[in-house]
Design a protein around this ligand. Structure first.
Ligand code: SF4
Ligand code: SF4
Length: 248
């Protein structure tokens, strides 16, 4: 049995900015409308999203017997206004996979447990688990918004069969710093390609999203997708989000 307070203390000690712990149970369609997204074809040619859909929704299929998902946040800050190379904020500061994974390996070692280290490349949805663990909520632009750092965060998890003494839960829709999107559509309006669903569950049509093409260079940018000067990723919907204006 892991002491949850101690897990969080150690997460901060290895360099993370926040940590939450969720029970390893299936995400609901409301939390993560993965099946609807795939049914719409909005995942483009990301066939791996279809192949591992069940694992993405239930970490017990990823790690048999999993009881806990220890979710960690590493904040990287808003984009450097002096950069003119079209590189999005997440790639301006560091190679985040290595940074986050190294901290997770360190945390796992300090806890002395067996756990699967997850950061982007494992079939588990980092942002939806962070939301489940009460670290923020998913905005209309489909990114995790944290109360402290907006969307300028990297995420990673340890999935383990260990039980924890206490679990966190998703933030309420009426959270004082982080009310749900409501009538705001700033990100929808800011996207030059109409990639973000105007209503309904948060969803992006990746076939219309610059980042889909610029982070996978094997996909040429179609003439009707406006990269707006970005060469790697795209920050437009994040820059438009009021939660980020408060956190710049
Ligand atoms: S990253 Fe850019 S292209 Fe993709 S949804 Fe956001 S604003 Fe639109
Ligand atoms: S810009 Fe507005 S609608 Fe989009 S995620 Fe932020 S708060 Fe929600």
């Amino acid at each position: 049995m892991l002491n949850s307070d101690e897990v969080k203390r150690l997460a901060l000690a290895v360099g993370f900015d926040a940590c939450g712990i969720a029970r390893a149970e299936a995400l609901t369609d409301e939390e993560y409308p993965l099946h609807e997204w795939i049914a719409r074809g909005w995942h483009g040619d990301l066939a791996y999203m279809e192949r591992n859909a069940d694992k993405r929704l239930d970490p017990r299929l990823l790690v048999p017997g999993a009881r806990s998902v220890i979710c960690c946040v590493s904040a990287y800050g808003s984009p450097d206004p002096d950069r003119t190379d079209g590189v999005a904020a997440y790639a301006q500061h560091r190679e985040y996979h290595k940074v986050v994974k190294d901290m997770l390996y360190d945390l796992r070692q300090r806890l002395g447990i067996e756990a699967k280290v997850c950061c982007d490349t494992v079939p588990i949805s980092d942002k939806h688990w962070a939301a489940r663990a009460g670290l923020g909520r998913i905005g209309r632009h489909t990114l995790l918004i944290t109360p402290q750092w907006g969307t300028w965060v990297n995420l990673g998890e340890l999935v383990t069969t260990e039980e924890c003494t206490a679990y966190d839960s998703a933030l309420p829709a009426s959270h004082p710093q982080l009310a749900t999107c409501g009538t705001c559509h700033c990100c929808v309006d800011a996207c030059p390609n109409g990639a973000i669903a105007h209503d309904g569950p948060p969803m992006i049509d990746v076939r219309r999203c610059t980042a889909y093409y610029t982070t996978h260079h094997s996909r040429p940018l179609p003439p009707d997708v406006d990269a707006h000067g970005y060469t790697l990723g795209c920050d437009l919907c994040q820059l438009a989000c009021p939660h980020n204006r408060l956190n710049r």
